[in-house]
Design a protein around this ligand. Structure first.
Ligand SMILES: C[S@@+](CC[C@H](N)C(=O)[O-])C[C@H]1O[C@@H](n2cnc3c(N)ncnc32)[C@H](O)[C@@H]1O
Length: 197
């Protein structure tokens, strides 16, 4: 689901980039470590800062950053220029143009809660992940998405949303193992999981 005008402003600005670098990245690195030399996939890459973080801070050699919204992919490409190793393409995270078992690190900076049938995204990401791949995720949960105040300003699917535990369970059902987790109230959290080798 594409962002409404307000959320577009929330994610397309320097404050969001600062938060990704200084608030989210340290947590995810502490839980899951770096992914040096890996091919990484970022879903819902937005303005492109996540791809920079994945290359510079996590050490991925190549980053494929997909976004459902063509305008977002174009903005990311403009912001990041022709940085070698960063690739921005328009694609849906439930139908990725990547071969099975090809990716060593998956990044979800607040995207899966935008997918109406979010369980399909989990199955698709599991398909393209190689054995031993890691998922680094920051997610937003039912408690926040379905809160009357947030519903007034942000636009998200309201049915079939998930809690932190339900998000982790969906990955565990695919066989993934939890390496670390942290929540910030019931509305937001981080998790790193690993696909069995
Ligand atoms: C909340 S924004 C997060 C953007 C960026 N990851 C960040 O942290 O700033 C969610 C992004 O996911 C994209 N998106 C929504 N549904 C998607 C889908 N099914 N597949 C790929 N991207 C999707 C939106 O266009 C938007 O850019």
């Amino acid at each position: 689901m594409r962002l409404n005008g307000f959320e577009r402003l929330v994610v397309n600005n320097p404050v969001r980039a600062w938060l990704q670098h200084h608030f989210e990245t340290p947590r995810l690195l502490e839980m899951g470590g770096r992914c040096d030399g890996e091919l990484a996939l970022e879903i819902g890459g937005g303005q492109g800062e996540g791809a920079r973080v994945i290359q510079q801070r996590f050490g991925a050699s190549e980053v494929v950053s997909v976004d459902l919204d063509l305008a977002m992919s174009q903005r990311a490409r403009q912001r990041c220029g022709e940085t070698p190793g960063l690739h921005f393409i328009q694609a849906d995270c439930t139908a990725l143009p990547l071969p099975s078992h090809s990716v060593g690190a998956l990044f979800d900076f607040g995207v899966i809660h935008h997918v109406p049938q979010w369980q399909d995204a989990v199955v698709e990401l599991d398909r393209i992940a190689r054995p031993g791949a890691r998922l680094y995720a920051m997610e937003v949960y039912r408690a926040l998405i379905c809160h009357p105040l947030w519903r007034r300003v942000l636009e998200h699917p309201q049915h079939n949303r998930f809690s932190h535990d339900e998000f982790i369970e969906a990955w565990q059902q695919q066989g993934w193992q939890l390496l670390g987790q942290q929540t910030l109230t019931q509305g937001m959290g981080w998790a790193v999981l690993e696909k069995p080798r």
